[in-house]
Design a protein around this ligand. Sequence first.
Ligand code: EPU
Length: 431
Amino acid sequence: MTKYVIQGGRRLHGQVAVSSAKNAAVAILAGTALTEGLCVIDNLPRISDITVQLEILRRLGARIRMLNANAMEIDCSRLRSSKVLDDELARQNRASYYFIGSLLGRYKTSQVCMPGGCNLGVRAIDQHIKGFEALGANISTKNGCVVAEAPAGLRGAHIYLDMPSVGATINIMLAAVRAQGMTYIENPAKEPHVVDLANFLNTCGADVRGAGTDVIKIRGVRTLHGCNYSIIPDQIEAGTYIAAVAACGGEITVNNVIPKHLDCFATKFTEMGVEITDLGDAVFVKRVKSLSRANFKTLPYPGFPTDMQAPAVAVLSIADGTSIINETIFSSRFRYVDELRRMGARIQADGQIAIVEGVLCLTGAKIHACDLRAGAALVIAGLAASGITEISGIAHIERGYELFVEKLRNLGADIRREEYPDIEDIEGINA
Ligand code: EPU
């Protein structure tokens, strides 16, 4: 097993380049299954969620050629199957369920085992199913898989989402681009990765308009061709480095960002005491004063993103004053708070509210990452704490952050990966 070992207390300085957006990349890879031609995706992050999507494509019969460490040529012209049969594989990430939409769009039938992803409480998929049914598919569950069948084909429909679900918007879009006629998705998610998927699909010959607004309008087309595509930068990765500077002090330049995509949390970090300067395709980030308290509520884009909640709480745990955080997107996204308390944080979480009483300093401890963004928050806490922090469960973190340790080390952080024995490997234990 591998853990991160961090000697905290160093200010951060220098430059970091953000990778492309995980949540756009996983959707676009599922989208390549709709195409009959060569897709070249040139800036895929090397993270395990991407490896899973590529492996699913490979098992479906896609021919994949690595052009360089971050570029893949994907040929889905002769997929062998519309079934993602492997339960083990589908469970490795959340985005495996985007193949329900893309395979249904292409073959009018798909069978995909239930996905995994971070445990953030209930993660229902009723809105995805409502959308597929509106398009004319019959949906059932068999042996742990969602089976979608539309023998008479898919027909465009008006679909109103009960909440602006990212997953449902993407899945319905994937199915609808090859349905007959017009589909309208009302109250869709507006996140930048939803817009990026629409742009990718349009580059492949789809007709999707209005992504990023209150209604997405999709005119179905018969076929999609391949294309060359570059994925947008990851706003949450950028935000994680901003949070790290907020917690540790220092000044860094975060390169390869779309500053507009950072507005949803940048103003909150400014309130806390961080100056963020727009440099066009980069931001200069500097902590200019001691950290102040701040309240926030997570909301769908352009509100404060739930994925930045834990990193921001790590910062507020050492801010001056008491902050109130309301998590409105997921039912259980404060599980990491117990780990921060081991480091001396004073946080009370009850349901979807957390009250964070800032302390002067956190102290290093042995802690465990329970999900991706929680893990990032613990790294930030460890970087700011006095003494040594050891973080296990880092596979969660490496599902979403490319070269996290290397990038932080370049900024002057004292963090390293270290192997440690599995409990079963220790002599005398387990037999
Ligand atoms: N919901 C339903 N029914 C549905 C779909 C969603 O009730 O059919 C509820 C969920 O239970 C949840 C809320 O709506 O309470 C939001 O869910 P949403 O569908 O928007 O989230 P998701 O698609 O499951 C994606 C990201 C998450 C990110 C959320 C919110 C991917 C692969 N995952 O999840 O990313 O937190 O949107 O922005 O895109 C991460 O990157 O760490 C991560 C967890």
